[in-house]
Design a protein around this ligand. Structure first.
Ligand SMILES: O=c1[nH]c(=O)c2[nH]c(=O)[nH]c2[nH]1
Length: 307
């Protein structure tokens, strides 16, 4: 939304970042559920005067945005997903303020999971898991919607059934070809839902279920069956199969993007002049590293998708 200003193009937006909120719901039978969210709000709004004429009369204060998060969390009497809350906030900002034309709301959910004690789900006890459920809703005043969800920090590793062969060899190449290596990554996934308007969101959206389904399909494809696994000829190939599995399984996902760093575990071979071989690598002792790492990413979308 660039505006011409003094012979230049000018674009602006403002919002509040890292608004943290936790919400607890208590049911009559004494069972509590809870979420913890980290929220980023960014508004496209007509407040040019604040930039050029020192006139703040059209500004929604970012402090007000923060308070709105707490007020809306309070109003949510039933447990809801990050997607639903992001859409709810986006709808609010674009419908409540004439100046606001578009709202971008990103949420990262902290992975609190109910604990089990003696095999029983605890009524009010939670522990922190690892990977995070994310979302981004972009809501326009007209009701036009762009909705993506994602996973952050899904760390996966397999100790075999991975190799890398046949790549370009030149005078700088030192990497040996192999059909036996460790494969480790930390998946960041982002997928797009096909709903193009807030009116087309299903009555009972199952975003949390879909998040778990997508995670399962990604992991099943990465690892293969429990006994024999599945051979990965490259991170690239595995990534592509993971994306394709998600799109073929879920018609309500229009595109998916994966980022999969190749986190290297280096073979350890040690020898010295006086002792000869100290440690000979036999697919057993590795040096775990986190940098440098390979970085592989790709996006797979249906032909009609706008992702
Ligand atoms: O799966 C891989 N893909 C690469 O592109 C690559 N490059 C590299 O050095 N090792 C690997 N492994």
């Amino acid at each position: 939304m660039a505006k011409e200003l003094d012979g230049y193009n000018f674009e602006q937006r403002h919002g509040k970042s890292r608004v943290r909120v936790a919400r607890v719901w208590q049911s009559k039978d004494g069972r509590h559920s809870m979420v913890e969210w980290n929220i980023n709000i960014s508004l496209l709004s007509d407040c040019l005067a604040s930039y050029v004429r020192d006139d703040n009369s059209d500004i929604v204060a970012t402090d007000t945005m923060k308070n709105t998060v707490y007020a809306k969390a309070k109003e949510c009497s039933k447990e809801l997903s990050v997607e639903e809350f992001a859409i709810l906030l986006g709808k609010h900002f674009t419908s409540y303020y004439p100046q606001v034309t578009s709202a971008m709301v990103k949420i990262v959910e902290k992975p609190w999971e109910r604990v089990h004690i003696d095999g029983q789900p605890h009524n009010h006890g939670f522990k922190l898991g690892s990977e995070k459920h994310t979302t981004e809703a972009i809501v326009q005043k007209s009701g036009v919607l762009q909705l993506t969800s994602g996973i952050e920090g899904l760390a996966l590793l397999k100790t075999t059934k991975s190799g890398f062969e046949g790549f370009i060899r030149d005078k700088y190449t030192a990497l040996p070809e192999t059909r036996e290596r460790m494969l480790a990554t930390e998946v960041t996934a982002l997928w797009r839902y096909p709903y193009e308007s807030i009116l087309s969101i299903p009555q009972k959206p199952l975003f949390n279920e879909r998040y778990l389904d997508v995670k399962k399909v990604l992991m099943d494809t990465f690892f293969g069956p429990p006994k024999e696994g599945v051979y990965s000829p490259s991170v690239q190939s595995t990534l592509f199969h993971m994306e394709k599995a998600v799109l073929s399984r879920f018609p309500d996902i229009s595109g998916i993007q994966l980022q999969m760093p190749n986190i290297h575990f280096l073979p350890i071979n040690l020898s010295s002049k006086e002792n000869g071989t100290i440690v000979k690598f036999e697919d057993d002792v590795y040096l775990p590293t986190d940098e440098p790492h390979g970085s592989i990413q790709a996006k797979l979308t249906r032909f009609w998708s706008k992702m």
